[in-house]
Every structure is written in C-alpha cells, then in structure tokens.
Design a protein around this ligand. Structure first.
Ligand SMILES: [Zn+2]
Ligand SMILES: [Zn+2]
Length: 316
C-alpha cells in the first residue's frame, strides 16, 4: 500500500497540496495557515506604503469570492482596516436569489458587515435586461461583458457611498493566465497587480497569488458556504473557458513558466487620466464611457419598446 502523506508541519495525516508547492503535503489546519500566509505576504508587499481604512469586497457566493472575503477578514484584523461585503443582485432568473442566500450566509458565518443591492434599483439595468437587449440585438456586447460593467459600476458607486478606499475582487491566477493567453494573440500586454493604485479607488486582487484549486480547498477546509451553480447566461463553450483550461494545464505542468508569462506584480500605479466621462466622471478616452453608453442604450430600448417598469412589482 502507498504510504499515506503526512503534514510537513506537524506530521498528522495530510490531504492538502497547495498549487504553489506541488511537493508539499499539509493537514487542514496547516493548509489554511499556508494559504493565509501566502496572501498576507502579497498584500504586505503591495500595501507597503499605503494607508488603508475600509475595503469593499464584492461577493458572488462562488468559492473565489468567499475565500477572498474570509482571508481579507482575517488579514484586516491584523492590519486594522475594515471589511464590508457587497452582494449585487443581477436579476438572473434561477441564479441570483440562490447566490444571494449563499453570500448572506457567508457574510454571517465570517462575521462581516455587508450590503445587498439590486442592480436594477441602483442602475435601472440588470443582467437579465442586458441579456434580453443582446438577444434583441439592441446592444452588441455579449451578456457577460455587460454584466462585468454593471458589477464594476455598482461596486464603485457603493465604495464611494460607504467611504471605502479600496475594492477587492476575487481574481485568481487562473483568471490572469487566461487573460494573458488571450492578450498574447492580440499583442496587448496587461499588468496584473495585487494592489493597483491611482488617483481614485484602490483595487485589491489578493488571490492573484493562488489558483482556483487552492480557493476551493480553502473554503472546504474552512467549512464556508459557497455555491457551484453556474450562471445560466455563461456560454457553455466560451473562448475564456478554453483559455482557462489551457492556462490551467500549462500552469500545472510548469508553474514557473506560467507565472513569468503572466507577470503578476505586487503593486502598480494606474495609468494617468486622459479624460473623463461627461456623465459619470470615470476615466475614458472618449466623451462618454462605454458603461454609460451601454446602460443608456438598454434604458432607451426599455422606454421605447416596453415602457419602463420596476421589477419590484413583478415579484409579489
Ligand atoms: Zn499539520
Ligand atoms: Zn460614464
């Protein structure tokens, strides 16, 4: 019989192997510790010269965002900043309400203050409407792209209203790698940083130093609630999913090559402001930013063809 692996720290039976150290076996307790230390080190480097008071964390209920919330809550107590969770209800049928329950469960289990907002209430538009508008050829942007815009815009608004100085998102190394592979094709070189600073809100991506296999192991080890229900609008065979798969393979075969290709940094400064959107004030090279343009296209279509009505009434 093959020998049962033992924890390299304490000798107890081990069932965890971190992606960043494929030869290391760890027990549950020491895997949690190793995961936290890895994220802590990255954040310490990224936040070296930064004063930080309040961080807003967008939580979808998936493993990455739940792991992010938990590890940030742990880290914040050592560094003395505040963490606020945010769940955005995107109005996706058979998905959003379920994810919301999971996210709220996670907020309560971890013990962080949180807000729940409906995209439609804040912006007048949600992902269900974006999907209808795309199906009806009102907008040319695919649903997932508009959904990303909606989430970003609402998180920025919330951060301003709540006096947060940073927004944290659960991008992992797998995401970076798939973006990098996609960018290679177009020759575009993007910088990925654990901490990105500029004149406005800071962006924190503490999970860039771990893989999705690690976040899954972490939420399981910590017994945290999370959902694996896929979004119904997510294409079953997307280019992104394919890149993620290839990136994952390459990352497993050669972690060193993968990370040097992806080029993750601990801190980066945002590009200088070229111009600002006349409507929302966000940075853009054009007069009106793409988010405002897309949202107004959908709103105009709603008013012209369906008459604008709040979804609040439909649910009762
Ligand atoms: Zn151990
Ligand atoms: Zn704008």
């Amino acid at each position: 019989m093959p020998k049962r692996p033992r924890c390299a720290r304490c000798g107890r039976s081990a069932s965890y192997t971190p992606s960043w150290a494929p030869k290391l076996s760890l027990c549950e307790e020491h895997f949690i510790e190793a995961f936290r230390k890895r994220v802590e080190k990255a954040l310490d480097k990224g936040l070296r010269r930064v004063e930080i008071r309040r961080v807003l964390v967008g939580v979808s209920g998936g493993k990455d965002s739940v792991a992010l919330l938990d590890v940030l809550a742990w880290y914040s107590s050592r560094r003395g900043f505040e963490v606020i969770g945010a769940y955005i209800d995107l109005g996706i049928p058979g998905y959003s309400k379920h994810s919301m329950r999971v996210a709220v469960d996670a907020f309560n289990t971890i013990g962080v203050d949180y807000v729940v907002v409906e995209a439609r209430e804040v912006l007048g538009v949600d992902t269900r409407l974006a999907h209808e508008a795309f199906t009806e050829r009102v907008v040319s942007r695919p649903t997932c792209s508009v959904c990303g815009m909606i989430k970003r815009r609402i998180l920025e608004t919330l951060a301003k209203n709540l006096g947060a100085d940073a927004i944290a998102t659960g991008h992992t190394f797998d995401d970076v790698f798939s973006f990098t592979l996609q960018n290679l094709a177009s020759g575009y070189r993007e910088t990925f940083a654990v901490v990105e600073r500029g004149s406005g809100l800071m962006r924190l991506k503490p999970l860039l130093v771990v893989r999705e296999s690690d976040t899954l192991a972490y939420v399981e080890a910590r017994r945290l609630p999370f959902t694996e229900t896929p979004c119904p609008y997510k294409p079953s065979r997307s280019v992104t999913a394919w890149y993620k798969y290839v990136g994952g393979l390459l990352g497993s075969l050669n972690p060193g090559l993968a990370s040097s290709l992806a080029g993750i940094r601990y801190e980066a400064r945002k590009a200088e402001v070229r111009g600002r959107c006349v409507y929302c004030g966000s940075v853009t090279a054009e007069r009106v930013c793409s988010t405002c343009r897309t949202v107004s296209q959908i709103l105009r279509w709603l008013v012209e063809n369906q008459g604008y009505h709040s979804t609040a009434g439909e649910r009762h």
